[in-house]
Design a protein around this ligand. Structure first.
Ligand code: ADP
Length: 612
């Protein structure tokens, strides 16, 4: 799935930071000295609380404006007020915000780096406006953390405010569970789901019906997922996804208010075109889930990282310990805990531990994941006795931007039309419609583990690529990873011999005339037409960690002896066993939503069994 940072994300972040303030500080009974935005107040010359504006500009004239929330010289939040899209909300800046808040310091920022310098200068200027220097920020120590312990009590704790966590929260509220707190370690919601294309595989969906696509079924969806995962997934869990995906898509549309586009897309391994696409991609999907959850009264504690599960004497999970803005915190949860912390795609140590093959690849593999996705929930569950399954199944995504490691939106031209992939020598090397793992493995064998996608002008026009993906195209051209031009210009820009590229196209077009790809058996091949062409270079990235915490069909976490751990539930990428050895595109979101709802329903039914 792709990851995208858009202006909408920044707008969203601004809202979220406001929600953070409301969510954590106003509803937090332990913080008495919270000061309203308008009433900036200095306690003494050196000890300051309040909200202070700061700004900075870089050499290119790009400016950011921030608001810094201080409480007794401790940074609580950094709110982006104004920014330039190019100061990309990259993985780096996401990590920076959270590190700054956790360490309460900007001392360690690398000012040789333009993004870090811009942020450091903006924070410095906010501190000046607060009348203090960066040296006066309070030192955060372990002793202090223990002294400032806070305890919360609620009915249900959900760890992680991504796709599965927000879904579980909405469903839990619907089921009548009152006091729900979601712990989110970052300063904003969404995780990998926010970065995704919001693609949701649903058989027999309304767009299929509108387009006269018949023949699809839950059974066919099951078969596609099961076979796509090389028959290694747990059939019981796959049936749950296959049988509930459509109902839950309708729930997302009609109850939550998610808007789906009027067109669908196709991913490798699906027999039918059945992938619904959220308008505004994963970002808007998460915004919609978030506003529904907030409207229903779900409380979110941001910058709150869960670290351990709390067990009672009989082995039931009764809460979570964690860290919140440098304080030790604990949450007692009357009805238990749902883990929805995502996978571990951004944790290279865990990846190497579970799949040593990655160490042997001899190329640096970036990740499409949010930096938050480091396996926290998996490790917490393991510590509490959970069984982990399929941890060595780690999915590589084949077509990503070498400058960022992120999914190319423009790659829809390969999936849904006729774009071809060639290597540095100018030859095709794989069936372009193969599953992700096959293309990724083939890519890793090519020179420099780098390949090139070529899109002709007919495809560009028919798919309206320039209109739909203008922002990405411009960014990629600026980054030097994409070109629009004649075949000769494309080849020379990418360092590919034009003669072999031309030979490859001629060969492909001859095969189109003869009706069969005798080289790689690609179906539905179409004539590669004239230019101008788009060509972009591509690398593989770690995309999805398929393994994780073992669950049963009710989303209860299973221990090493095959028993459900009372009070512990899990949904989404934190879980393992569903997809098998390879995950089909657009099934991750369906999995998160289906099991997020089921986890909440199981909690609700356990209340009826145990408490009434
Ligand atoms: P899924 O698709 O399974 O819902 P996402 O990646 O969308 O997964 O969301 C996972 C969320 O969990 C992210 O928002 C991430 O920041 C959050 N998260 C991960 N680890 C922790 C943790 N230890 N405490 C709180 N939140 C966490």
């Amino acid at each position: 799935m792709k990851r995208i940072y858009k202006k909408s994300m920044y707008k969203y972040l601004i809202c979220v930071f406001i929600v953070c303030l409301l969510g954590i500080f106003i509803t937090d009974p332990y913080i008495e000295n919270y000061i309203e935005k308008s009433s900036i107040q200095k306690v003494t010359k050196e000890v300051v609380s309040g909200i202070f504006e700061g700004s900075s500009k870089n050499d290119k004239g790009e400016e950011i404006v921030i608001e810094l929330e201080l409480e007794k010289n401790i940074i609580k939040h950094i709110e982006l007020i104004d920014f330039n899209d190019d100061i990309a909300f990259s993985k780096k800046s996401i990590i920076l915000f959270d590190n700054i808040i956790c360490k309460n310091s900007i001392e360690n920022l690398n000012t040789d780096d333009s993004t870090e310098k811009l942020l450091a200068d903006a924070i410095d200027s906010a501190l000046k406006n607060a009348g203090i220097t960066k040296e006066s920020l309070a030192e955060i120590s372990t002793t202090k953390r223990n002294q400032t312990q806070k305890e919360y009590e609620c009915d249900l704790v959900i760890v992680g405010a991504g796709g599965a966590g927000l879904t579980a929260a909405i469903e839990a509220k619907t089921q009548g569970i009152e006091n729900i707190i979601i712990l989110e370690k970052m300063s904003f919601t969404g995780g990998n789901t926010r970065m995704s294309g919001g693609s949701y595989g649903a058989p027999c969906n309304w767009i299929q019906i509108d387009n006269g696509i018949t023949g699809d079924s839950n059974t066919q969806y099951f078969n596609d997922i099961y076979n796509g995962g090389y028959r290694k997934g747990n059939p019981d869990l796959i049936h749950i996804v296959a049988d509930n995906a459509l109902d839950d898509a309708i729930w997302l549309r009609d109850f939550v208010g998610v808007k789906f586009k009027n067109e669908q897309t196709w991913y490798e391994g699906h027999t039918y075109k059945r992938t619904l696409c959220a308008e505004g991609d994963g970002s808007m999907l998460i915004d919609t889930l978030l506003s529904k959850a907030i409207d229903m009264g779900v409380i979110i504690h941001y910058t709150t990282k869960a670290t351990h599960l709390i067990k009672n004497d009989s082995g039931a999970i009764i809460g979570v310990e964690g860290e919140q803005a440098n304080n030790y915190v604990s949450y007692k949860a009357k009805y238990g805990v749902i883990l929805a912390t995502g996978g571990f795609g951004a944790n290279s140590e865990l990846i190497s531990k579970y799949n040593p093959d990655f160490d042997n690849l001899k190329v640096d593999i970036p990740t499409t994941n949010s930096p938050a996705i480091v396996g926290d929930g998996i490790l917490m569950a393991e510590e509490a006795g959970a069984s982990l399954v399929n941890m060595d199944y780690i999915q590589l995504y084949p077509i990503n931007n070498p400058a960022t490691g992120n999914f190319y939106l423009l790659d829809f031209a390969r999936l849904n039309d006729n774009a071809i992939l060639v290597n540095k020598e100018g030859y095709r090397f794989v069936n372009e419609l193969e599953t992700r793992d096959v293309i990724a493995k083939a890519t890793l064998k090519q020179t420099n583990a780098r390949v090139y996608e070529l899109i002709d002008n007919r495809t560009t026009q028919e798919m309206r690529l320039e209109e739909k993906y203008a922002e990405e195209i411009q960014k990629c051209i600026d980054q030097g990873v994409m070109i629009k031009g004649t075949l000769k210009e494309c080849a020379s820009f990418m360092g590919i011999p034009v003669s072999t590229l031309q030979y490859t196209i001629n060969k492909y077009n001859n095969m189109v005339i003869n009706g069969k790809d005798t080289e790689f058996d690609r179906k539905n091949i179409k004539y590669i037409d004239k230019g101008p062409y788009y060509m972009f270079s591509s690398i593989v990235s770690v995309h999805h960690t398929i393994g994780g915490v073992e669950i049963d069909t009710s989303a209860r976490v299973i221990d090493k002896y095959g028993n459900a751990i009372p009070g512990l539930y899990a949904a989404g990428e934190v879980t393992g066993g569903i997809h098998g050895q390879n995950r089909l595109g657009s099934v991750a979101l369906a999995d998160s939503v289906v099991f997020g709802r089921i986890a909440a329903k199981t909690v609700a039914s356990s209340i009826i069994e145990n408490y009434e």
